[in-house]
Design a protein around this ligand. Structure first.
Ligand code: E4P
Length: 213
């Protein structure tokens, strides 16, 4: 399973990239809105200058397919590794098909059941993004969804990659890996939590104390 970072903050992206574990970036309109005064396209240029190979998801805001396609073409022109993120709607599916036919990579987002993932994949989505945390929030099991999508894609030989999204804590990451997600897109704070273990810290302290004796 690969790691993407789920942020539009350039400092977080730089820091995560320096760790050598970063396979890509996902953004969404809420994450971009947190970056006060930043122009979306300018930020995408900065991100793609930092992350030159991995996919960088940029989401459209139009609700109709024509608008999504026009926005998608503009976003994709920013850098070759831009992936156009589209909502899981009828219009989003039409736009996914059209952009895929143009050779543009797509990420269908806001997926909450297996049928949505299957439809997105059949429309040509490069990535599908089931939202774990938001399902857990309403008392449904987000991880079961990851497992079901992985199984369906496996049975039917579907190549679309599963991005476990809306990740809230380290256990989501471990479970997503065990249940067949291809990628976990994690907020920076979760990435930092993944590194930590109290026994690692204690071990370092003990080694240094012994060394200094
Ligand atoms: C994924 O691509 C989304 O940007 C993100 O994971 C949503 O997470 P949230 O439910 O914590 O907002």
């Amino acid at each position: 399973m690969q790691f993407f970072i789920d942020t539009a903050n350039i400092d977080e992206i730089r820091e995560a990239n320096a760790l050598g574990v970063l396979g890509g970036v996902t953004t969404n309109p809420s994450l971009v809105a947190k970056e006060k005064g930043v122009d979306f396209h300018d930020r995408l240029k900065e991100i793609t200058a930092e992350v030159t190979e991995g996919s960088v998801s940029a989401e459209v805001i139009s609700l109709d397919s024509e608008g999504m396609i026009a926005e998608g073409k503009e976003l994709a022109a920013i850098a070759p590794n831009i992936t156009v993120k589209l909502p899981m709607t009828l219009e989003g599916l039409k736009a996914t098909k059209a952009l895929t036919d143009l050779g543009i990579t797509t990420n269908v987002t806001l997926i909450f059941n297996a049928n949505q993932a299957l439809l997105a994949a059949r429309a040509g989505a490069t990535y599908v993004s089931p939202f774990l945390g938001r399902l857990d929030d309403i008392g449904q099991n987000g991880m079961t969804l990851i497992r079901n999508i992985a199984e369906i894609f496996d049975i039917h030989g579907i190549d679309s990659k599963i991005i476990a999204a809306s990740i809230r804590h380290p256990m989501h990451v471990t479970e997503a890996a065990l249940n067949g997600a291809d990628i976990a897109t994690v907020p920076f704070n979760v990435l930092a939590q993944l590194v930590k273990h109290p026994l690692t810290d204690q071990g370092i302290e003990k080694f240094l104390a012994d060394w200094n004796k």
